[in-house]
Design a binder for this molecule. Structure first.
Ligand code: 2M8
Length: 445
Protein backbone atom coordinates (compact mmCIF):
# COMPACT_ATOMS: atom_id res chain seq x y z
CA UNK A 1 0.00 0.00 0.00
CA UNK A 2 1.47 3.43 -0.86
CA UNK A 3 1.53 6.18 1.81
CA UNK A 4 -1.33 8.12 0.14
CA UNK A 5 -3.71 5.19 0.22
CA UNK A 6 -2.77 4.40 3.86
CA UNK A 7 -3.60 7.98 4.81
CA UNK A 8 -6.86 7.79 2.85
CA UNK A 9 -7.87 4.59 4.61
CA UNK A 10 -6.89 5.99 8.00
CA UNK A 11 -8.93 9.13 7.34
CA UNK A 12 -11.92 6.97 6.44
CA UNK A 13 -11.67 5.19 9.80
CA UNK A 14 -11.65 8.54 11.61
CA UNK A 15 -14.55 9.86 9.52
CA UNK A 16 -16.64 6.79 10.27
CA UNK A 17 -15.99 7.15 13.99
CA UNK A 18 -16.63 10.92 14.04
CA UNK A 19 -19.76 12.20 15.79
CA UNK A 20 -20.87 15.77 15.17
CA UNK A 21 -22.40 17.31 18.29
CA UNK A 22 -23.38 20.65 16.76
CA UNK A 23 -22.18 24.01 18.16
CA UNK A 24 -18.76 23.42 16.64
CA UNK A 25 -18.15 20.39 18.84
CA UNK A 26 -17.55 16.85 17.77
CA UNK A 27 -15.52 13.88 18.80
CA UNK A 28 -14.17 10.59 17.54
CA UNK A 29 -15.35 7.37 19.12
CA UNK A 30 -12.37 5.05 19.65
CA UNK A 31 -14.53 2.32 18.08
CA UNK A 32 -18.25 2.39 17.26
CA UNK A 33 -19.17 -0.90 18.91
CA UNK A 34 -16.68 -1.28 21.75
CA UNK A 35 -16.13 2.35 22.79
CA UNK A 36 -19.02 4.58 21.63
CA UNK A 37 -18.22 7.63 23.82
CA UNK A 38 -15.32 10.12 24.13
CA UNK A 39 -12.14 9.01 25.89
CA UNK A 40 -9.55 11.41 27.23
CA UNK A 41 -6.17 10.18 25.97
CA UNK A 42 -7.70 8.67 22.82
CA UNK A 43 -8.90 12.16 21.91
CA UNK A 44 -5.43 13.52 22.61
CA UNK A 45 -3.89 11.05 20.13
CA UNK A 46 -6.66 11.49 17.57
CA UNK A 47 -6.60 15.29 17.60
CA UNK A 48 -2.80 15.09 17.21
CA UNK A 49 -3.48 13.65 13.75
CA UNK A 50 -6.32 16.06 12.96
CA UNK A 51 -3.81 18.88 13.51
CA UNK A 52 -2.17 17.78 10.23
CA UNK A 53 -5.25 17.14 8.13
CA UNK A 54 -8.06 19.24 9.65
CA UNK A 55 -6.97 21.62 12.45
CA UNK A 56 -10.57 22.76 12.96
CA UNK A 57 -11.55 19.17 13.78
CA UNK A 58 -8.68 18.97 16.28
CA UNK A 59 -10.15 22.04 17.96
CA UNK A 60 -13.67 20.58 18.00
CA UNK A 61 -12.38 17.33 19.48
CA UNK A 62 -10.44 19.15 22.22
CA UNK A 63 -13.34 21.49 22.96
CA UNK A 64 -15.69 18.52 23.28
CA UNK A 65 -13.29 16.85 25.70
CA UNK A 66 -12.83 19.98 27.80
CA UNK A 67 -16.59 20.53 27.89
CA UNK A 68 -16.43 17.65 30.36
CA UNK A 69 -13.80 19.29 32.58
CA UNK A 70 -14.97 19.67 36.16
CA UNK A 71 -14.98 22.98 38.06
CA UNK A 72 -12.00 21.83 40.11
CA UNK A 73 -9.86 21.19 36.99
CA UNK A 74 -10.36 17.42 36.89
CA UNK A 75 -10.42 16.10 33.32
CA UNK A 76 -12.42 12.84 33.29
CA UNK A 77 -11.35 9.79 31.34
CA UNK A 78 -14.74 9.62 29.58
CA UNK A 79 -17.35 12.12 28.49
CA UNK A 80 -20.81 10.70 27.74
CA UNK A 81 -22.00 13.21 25.14
CA UNK A 82 -24.91 11.07 24.04
CA UNK A 83 -27.29 9.18 26.24
CA UNK A 84 -28.11 5.99 24.46
CA UNK A 85 -25.21 3.81 23.55
CA UNK A 86 -24.20 0.43 24.75
CA UNK A 87 -21.22 0.55 27.03
CA UNK A 88 -20.53 -0.77 30.48
CA UNK A 89 -20.04 0.98 32.84
CA UNK A 90 -22.23 3.72 31.36
CA UNK A 91 -23.33 7.12 32.73
CA UNK A 92 -25.83 5.58 35.16
CA UNK A 93 -23.06 3.63 36.90
CA UNK A 94 -20.73 6.63 37.22
CA UNK A 95 -23.44 9.07 38.17
CA UNK A 96 -22.88 10.86 41.44
CA UNK A 97 -25.93 12.84 42.42
CA UNK A 98 -24.40 15.58 44.54
CA UNK A 99 -20.98 16.16 42.99
CA UNK A 100 -20.79 19.94 42.81
CA UNK A 101 -17.77 19.84 40.49
CA UNK A 102 -19.44 17.84 37.73
CA UNK A 103 -20.35 19.98 34.69
CA UNK A 104 -24.07 20.61 34.57
CA UNK A 105 -26.06 18.75 31.96
CA UNK A 106 -23.25 16.40 31.02
CA UNK A 107 -22.34 12.97 32.31
CA UNK A 108 -18.71 12.00 32.72
CA UNK A 109 -16.74 9.29 34.42
CA UNK A 110 -15.02 10.08 37.72
CA UNK A 111 -11.49 8.89 36.99
CA UNK A 112 -8.87 10.35 34.67
CA UNK A 113 -6.27 9.18 32.13
CA UNK A 114 -2.68 10.11 31.12
CA UNK A 115 -2.57 13.85 30.27
CA UNK A 116 -1.79 13.69 26.56
CA UNK A 117 -3.80 16.87 25.84
CA UNK A 118 -0.92 19.32 26.46
CA UNK A 119 1.13 17.49 23.83
CA UNK A 120 -1.75 17.77 21.39
CA UNK A 121 -2.46 21.45 21.95
CA UNK A 122 1.22 22.34 21.62
CA UNK A 123 1.44 20.33 18.37
CA UNK A 124 -1.71 22.02 17.03
CA UNK A 125 -0.30 25.42 17.97
CA UNK A 126 2.95 24.73 16.08
CA UNK A 127 1.10 23.66 12.94
CA UNK A 128 -1.43 26.50 12.94
CA UNK A 129 1.34 29.04 13.66
CA UNK A 130 2.91 28.27 10.29
CA UNK A 131 0.01 29.93 8.48
CA UNK A 132 -1.83 32.02 11.09
CA UNK A 133 0.12 33.19 14.10
CA UNK A 134 -2.78 35.07 15.71
CA UNK A 135 -5.14 32.08 15.48
CA UNK A 136 -2.40 29.87 16.95
CA UNK A 137 -2.06 32.21 19.91
CA UNK A 138 -5.85 32.23 20.34
CA UNK A 139 -5.70 28.46 20.65
CA UNK A 140 -3.11 28.75 23.40
CA UNK A 141 -5.13 31.44 25.17
CA UNK A 142 -8.16 29.16 25.10
CA UNK A 143 -6.51 25.94 26.26
CA UNK A 144 -3.54 26.96 28.40
CA UNK A 145 -5.69 27.92 31.43
CA UNK A 146 -7.71 24.71 31.14
CA UNK A 147 -4.63 22.49 30.89
CA UNK A 148 -2.93 24.34 33.73
CA UNK A 149 -6.06 23.86 35.85
CA UNK A 150 -6.02 20.15 35.02
CA UNK A 151 -2.29 19.73 35.81
CA UNK A 152 -2.63 21.67 39.08
CA UNK A 153 -5.52 19.46 40.08
CA UNK A 154 -3.57 16.32 39.24
CA UNK A 155 -0.58 17.53 41.20
CA UNK A 156 -2.63 18.54 44.24
CA UNK A 157 -4.79 15.45 44.45
CA UNK A 158 -2.47 12.76 43.04
CA UNK A 159 0.87 13.85 44.35
CA UNK A 160 0.39 15.25 47.84
CA UNK A 161 3.82 13.72 48.58
CA UNK A 162 5.47 16.11 46.08
CA UNK A 163 7.37 13.26 44.51
CA UNK A 164 6.76 14.43 40.94
CA UNK A 165 5.11 11.04 40.35
CA UNK A 166 1.36 10.78 39.79
CA UNK A 167 -0.75 8.29 41.74
CA UNK A 168 -3.45 6.38 39.88
CA UNK A 169 -6.43 5.18 41.92
CA UNK A 170 -7.92 2.84 39.33
CA UNK A 171 -6.27 0.56 36.72
CA UNK A 172 -8.30 2.34 34.02
CA UNK A 173 -6.53 5.59 34.90
CA UNK A 174 -3.29 4.13 33.57
CA UNK A 175 -4.86 3.45 30.16
CA UNK A 176 -3.11 0.03 30.34
CA UNK A 177 -6.11 -1.48 32.07
CA UNK A 178 -5.28 -5.11 32.78
CA UNK A 179 -1.50 -4.74 32.82
CA UNK A 180 0.07 -7.48 34.98
CA UNK A 181 1.60 -4.62 36.99
CA UNK A 182 -1.73 -4.29 38.82
CA UNK A 183 -2.28 -7.98 39.67
CA UNK A 184 -0.91 -8.03 43.23
CA UNK A 185 -2.42 -4.67 44.13
CA UNK A 186 -5.83 -5.87 42.87
CA UNK A 187 -5.61 -8.99 45.03
CA UNK A 188 -6.14 -6.65 48.00
CA UNK A 189 -9.25 -5.08 46.42
CA UNK A 190 -12.76 -6.42 46.97
CA UNK A 191 -14.90 -7.46 44.05
CA UNK A 192 -18.46 -6.87 42.86
CA UNK A 193 -20.54 -9.76 41.61
CA UNK A 194 -20.56 -9.31 37.84
CA UNK A 195 -23.47 -11.70 37.23
CA UNK A 196 -25.87 -8.79 37.86
CA UNK A 197 -24.35 -6.73 35.00
CA UNK A 198 -24.14 -7.01 31.24
CA UNK A 199 -20.58 -6.12 30.23
CA UNK A 200 -21.35 -5.50 26.56
CA UNK A 201 -17.64 -5.38 25.53
CA UNK A 202 -17.59 -9.14 25.03
CA UNK A 203 -20.53 -8.78 22.61
CA UNK A 204 -18.23 -6.72 20.35
CA UNK A 205 -14.96 -8.64 20.58
CA UNK A 206 -13.82 -12.06 21.67
CA UNK A 207 -13.88 -12.48 25.47
CA UNK A 208 -10.44 -14.12 25.54
CA UNK A 209 -8.87 -10.86 24.32
CA UNK A 210 -10.53 -8.80 27.11
CA UNK A 211 -10.10 -8.57 30.91
CA UNK A 212 -11.79 -11.28 32.97
CA UNK A 213 -15.06 -10.92 34.93
CA UNK A 214 -13.02 -11.12 38.11
CA UNK A 215 -10.98 -8.08 37.02
CA UNK A 216 -14.16 -6.24 36.02
CA UNK A 217 -15.64 -6.98 39.45
CA UNK A 218 -12.67 -5.21 41.04
CA UNK A 219 -12.74 -2.33 38.56
CA UNK A 220 -16.36 -1.81 39.45
CA UNK A 221 -15.78 -2.07 43.18
CA UNK A 222 -13.23 0.77 42.95
CA UNK A 223 -15.66 2.87 40.91
CA UNK A 224 -18.35 2.29 43.53
CA UNK A 225 -16.03 3.38 46.35
CA UNK A 226 -15.29 6.60 44.49
CA UNK A 227 -18.89 7.24 43.48
CA UNK A 228 -19.96 6.92 47.12
CA UNK A 229 -17.60 9.82 47.90
CA UNK A 230 -18.61 11.75 44.79
CA UNK A 231 -15.12 11.40 43.36
CA UNK A 232 -13.46 13.52 46.02
CA UNK A 233 -10.10 11.92 45.28
CA UNK A 234 -8.20 14.02 47.81
CA UNK A 235 -10.53 13.04 50.65
CA UNK A 236 -10.27 9.34 49.78
CA UNK A 237 -6.55 9.36 49.10
CA UNK A 238 -5.11 8.23 52.43
CA UNK A 239 -7.18 5.08 52.84
CA UNK A 240 -7.87 4.15 49.23
CA UNK A 241 -7.11 0.45 48.55
CA UNK A 242 -5.55 0.98 45.10
CA UNK A 243 -2.83 3.66 44.93
CA UNK A 244 0.05 3.36 42.52
CA UNK A 245 2.70 5.80 41.35
CA UNK A 246 2.41 4.99 37.66
CA UNK A 247 5.63 5.50 35.65
CA UNK A 248 4.00 5.93 32.26
CA UNK A 249 1.34 8.35 33.52
CA UNK A 250 4.10 10.27 35.33
CA UNK A 251 6.42 10.26 32.30
CA UNK A 252 3.64 11.64 30.11
CA UNK A 253 2.90 14.25 32.80
CA UNK A 254 6.59 15.21 32.68
CA UNK A 255 6.69 15.83 28.92
CA UNK A 256 3.25 17.47 29.11
CA UNK A 257 4.62 19.91 31.69
CA UNK A 258 7.48 20.82 29.40
CA UNK A 259 4.87 21.76 26.77
CA UNK A 260 2.89 23.68 29.37
CA UNK A 261 6.02 25.69 30.12
CA UNK A 262 6.48 26.41 26.42
CA UNK A 263 2.87 27.60 26.21
CA UNK A 264 3.45 29.86 29.21
CA UNK A 265 6.50 31.38 27.53
CA UNK A 266 4.58 32.04 24.30
CA UNK A 267 1.89 33.79 26.32
CA UNK A 268 4.41 35.80 28.33
CA UNK A 269 3.58 34.01 31.58
CA UNK A 270 5.85 32.63 34.30
CA UNK A 271 5.25 29.11 35.59
CA UNK A 272 7.85 28.26 38.23
CA UNK A 273 5.56 25.64 39.79
CA UNK A 274 5.72 23.46 36.66
CA UNK A 275 9.52 23.71 36.70
CA UNK A 276 9.42 22.47 40.28
CA UNK A 277 7.12 19.54 39.34
CA UNK A 278 9.58 18.56 36.63
CA UNK A 279 12.53 18.69 39.02
CA UNK A 280 10.68 16.52 41.52
CA UNK A 281 10.05 13.94 38.80
CA UNK A 282 13.74 14.05 37.84
CA UNK A 283 14.79 13.20 41.38
CA UNK A 284 12.23 10.42 41.88
CA UNK A 285 12.34 8.62 38.56
CA UNK A 286 16.05 7.92 38.57
CA UNK A 287 16.25 6.98 42.24
CA UNK A 288 12.91 5.70 43.58
CA UNK A 289 11.64 3.99 40.42
CA UNK A 290 14.96 2.55 39.29
CA UNK A 291 15.80 -1.07 40.13
CA UNK A 292 19.58 -1.42 40.09
CA UNK A 293 19.74 -5.20 39.70
CA UNK A 294 17.11 -5.34 36.95
CA UNK A 295 18.34 -2.08 35.37
CA UNK A 296 14.70 -1.18 34.73
CA UNK A 297 12.05 1.34 35.82
CA UNK A 298 9.09 0.17 37.90
CA UNK A 299 5.90 1.64 39.42
CA UNK A 300 5.53 2.05 43.17
CA UNK A 301 2.62 0.53 45.09
CA UNK A 302 1.88 3.10 47.79
CA UNK A 303 -0.28 0.71 49.82
CA UNK A 304 2.81 -1.43 50.52
CA UNK A 305 5.49 1.11 49.64
CA UNK A 306 7.21 -1.35 47.34
CA UNK A 307 8.35 -1.36 43.74
CA UNK A 308 6.15 -3.47 41.46
CA UNK A 309 8.91 -5.51 39.85
CA UNK A 310 6.98 -6.58 36.77
CA UNK A 311 8.56 -5.72 33.45
CA UNK A 312 6.26 -4.11 30.88
CA UNK A 313 6.27 -1.50 28.14
CA UNK A 314 5.53 1.08 30.85
CA UNK A 315 9.07 0.64 32.21
CA UNK A 316 10.43 1.86 28.87
CA UNK A 317 8.43 5.11 29.03
CA UNK A 318 10.96 7.21 31.00
CA UNK A 319 12.95 7.11 27.73
CA UNK A 320 10.56 9.89 26.64
CA UNK A 321 11.91 12.22 29.30
CA UNK A 322 15.20 14.06 29.74
CA UNK A 323 15.22 13.17 33.42
CA UNK A 324 17.05 9.84 33.37
CA UNK A 325 20.82 9.32 33.40
CA UNK A 326 22.82 8.32 30.30
CA UNK A 327 23.55 4.93 31.88
CA UNK A 328 19.87 4.33 32.59
CA UNK A 329 19.01 5.24 29.00
CA UNK A 330 21.60 2.78 27.68
CA UNK A 331 20.35 0.03 30.00
CA UNK A 332 16.68 0.51 29.08
CA UNK A 333 17.53 0.60 25.37
CA UNK A 334 19.15 -2.82 25.84
CA UNK A 335 15.86 -4.15 27.20
CA UNK A 336 13.97 -2.63 24.28
CA UNK A 337 16.27 -3.85 21.53
CA UNK A 338 17.41 -7.16 23.03
CA UNK A 339 15.19 -10.22 22.47
CA UNK A 340 13.13 -9.45 25.57
CA UNK A 341 10.75 -6.97 23.87
CA UNK A 342 10.75 -8.40 20.31
CA UNK A 343 14.06 -6.84 19.27
CA UNK A 344 16.82 -8.99 17.80
CA UNK A 345 14.52 -10.78 15.34
CA UNK A 346 12.43 -12.31 18.14
CA UNK A 347 9.13 -11.32 16.44
CA UNK A 348 8.09 -10.69 12.84
CA UNK A 349 7.63 -6.98 13.66
CA UNK A 350 10.33 -5.28 15.66
CA UNK A 351 7.98 -3.33 17.91
CA UNK A 352 7.54 -3.35 21.68
CA UNK A 353 4.78 -5.66 22.92
CA UNK A 354 2.99 -4.62 26.11
CA UNK A 355 4.92 -7.19 28.16
CA UNK A 356 8.20 -9.07 27.55
CA UNK A 357 7.81 -12.29 25.59
CA UNK A 358 9.27 -14.67 28.15
CA UNK A 359 7.43 -13.54 31.27
CA UNK A 360 4.96 -16.03 32.75
CA UNK A 361 2.17 -13.47 32.46
CA UNK A 362 2.81 -12.83 28.73
CA UNK A 363 -0.23 -13.66 26.60
CA UNK A 364 0.06 -12.63 22.92
CA UNK A 365 -3.70 -12.11 22.51
CA UNK A 366 -4.78 -10.65 25.81
CA UNK A 367 -5.24 -6.87 25.73
CA UNK A 368 -2.50 -5.13 27.78
CA UNK A 369 -0.80 -8.40 28.79
CA UNK A 370 1.23 -9.06 25.64
CA UNK A 371 -0.12 -7.56 22.38
CA UNK A 372 1.56 -4.73 20.47
CA UNK A 373 -0.22 -1.36 20.79
CA UNK A 374 0.43 1.43 18.28
CA UNK A 375 0.14 4.26 20.84
CA UNK A 376 2.89 2.73 22.99
CA UNK A 377 5.19 2.30 20.02
CA UNK A 378 4.40 5.78 18.73
CA UNK A 379 5.45 7.21 22.09
CA UNK A 380 8.64 5.12 22.02
CA UNK A 381 9.32 6.14 18.42
CA UNK A 382 9.19 9.76 19.59
CA UNK A 383 11.37 8.95 22.58
CA UNK A 384 14.03 7.54 20.24
CA UNK A 385 13.72 10.19 17.56
CA UNK A 386 13.73 13.08 20.02
CA UNK A 387 16.82 11.70 21.77
CA UNK A 388 18.99 11.30 18.68
CA UNK A 389 18.37 7.60 17.93
CA UNK A 390 17.44 8.38 14.35
CA UNK A 391 18.06 4.99 12.75
CA UNK A 392 16.32 3.00 15.44
CA UNK A 393 13.39 5.43 15.35
CA UNK A 394 13.13 5.11 11.58
CA UNK A 395 13.10 1.30 11.82
CA UNK A 396 10.34 1.46 14.43
CA UNK A 397 8.27 3.77 12.24
CA UNK A 398 8.65 1.41 9.27
CA UNK A 399 7.66 -1.56 11.44
CA UNK A 400 4.49 0.21 12.63
CA UNK A 401 3.55 1.13 9.06
CA UNK A 402 4.18 -2.40 7.84
CA UNK A 403 2.19 -3.97 10.68
CA UNK A 404 -0.80 -1.73 9.98
CA UNK A 405 -0.71 -1.89 6.18
CA UNK A 406 -0.49 -5.68 6.24
CA UNK A 407 -3.16 -6.21 8.89
CA UNK A 408 -5.46 -3.15 9.10
CA UNK A 409 -6.24 -0.56 11.80
CA UNK A 410 -6.76 -2.79 14.81
CA UNK A 411 -6.83 -1.93 18.49
CA UNK A 412 -3.87 -4.25 19.20
CA UNK A 413 -1.85 -6.97 17.49
CA UNK A 414 -0.46 -10.39 18.34
CA UNK A 415 3.35 -9.84 18.47
CA UNK A 416 4.09 -13.38 17.32
CA UNK A 417 1.95 -13.27 14.18
CA UNK A 418 0.88 -9.65 13.62
CA UNK A 419 -2.79 -10.70 13.69
CA UNK A 420 -5.14 -7.81 14.54
CA UNK A 421 -7.09 -8.09 17.82
CA UNK A 422 -9.78 -6.27 19.79
CA UNK A 423 -11.71 -3.57 17.93
CA UNK A 424 -11.26 -3.14 14.21
CA UNK A 425 -11.14 0.34 12.63
CA UNK A 426 -9.67 1.63 15.87
CA UNK A 427 -9.28 5.40 15.90
CA UNK A 428 -5.94 6.02 17.61
CA UNK A 429 -4.23 3.42 15.41
CA UNK A 430 -5.51 5.24 12.32
CA UNK A 431 -4.67 8.66 13.77
CA UNK A 432 -1.11 7.83 14.78
CA UNK A 433 -0.40 6.30 11.38
CA UNK A 434 -1.50 9.61 9.85
CA UNK A 435 0.94 11.38 12.14
CA UNK A 436 3.75 8.96 11.24
CA UNK A 437 3.23 9.75 7.59
CA UNK A 438 3.18 13.50 8.20
CA UNK A 439 6.42 13.42 10.11
CA UNK A 440 7.37 16.97 10.99
CA UNK A 441 10.37 18.34 12.75
CA UNK A 442 8.63 19.26 16.02
CA UNK A 443 9.46 17.09 19.00
CA UNK A 444 7.06 15.38 21.38
CA UNK A 445 9.48 14.73 24.23
C1 2M8 B 1 -9.61 0.77 27.12
O1 2M8 B 1 -10.25 1.09 28.35
C2 2M8 B 1 -11.67 1.13 28.54
C3 2M8 B 1 -11.91 1.68 29.93
O2 2M8 B 1 -11.44 2.99 30.03
C4 2M8 B 1 -12.35 -0.21 28.38
O3 2M8 B 1 -11.68 -1.24 28.31
O4 2M8 B 1 -13.58 -0.20 28.33
C5 2M8 B 1 -8.11 1.08 27.28
O5 2M8 B 1 -7.35 0.51 26.25
C6 2M8 B 1 -7.87 2.58 27.35
O6 2M8 B 1 -6.50 2.88 27.33
C7 2M8 B 1 -8.56 3.32 26.19
O7 2M8 B 1 -8.47 4.70 26.41
C8 2M8 B 1 -10.04 2.91 26.06
C9 2M8 B 1 -10.69 3.46 24.79
O8 2M8 B 1 -9.90 3.17 23.68
O9 2M8 B 1 -10.16 1.49 26.03
Amino acid sequence: MNPESVIEKAMKVLEENWLDLGNGLGFTMPSDCLYPFQWNWDSGFIAYAYAHIAPSKALSEMRALFSGQWDNGFLPHMVFHKKHANYFPGPDVWNCKSGSNVPRGLHTSGITQPPVVALTIWHLYEIVKETDEEHALEILREFYPKILHCHRHLKATRDPENSGLITIMHPWESGLDNSPRWDEALEQVESMDMSQFDRHDTACVSADTRPSDEEYGKYLYLVTLMRNECYDHAAMYDDFPFKIKDIIFSSIFQIANSKLLKMATELGEQLPEAEEWMQQFGTSISSRCWHKDDQFFYDIDLTTNTLITKKSVAGLSPLMTDAITADQRTAVMKHLFGGEFCGDGACPFNLAPSTPLKEAFFNPNLYWRGPIWINMNWLLWHALRDHGETEKAQAMKQAMLQLVTENGFWEYYNPETGKGLGATNFSWTAALVIDLLHEKTDTLC
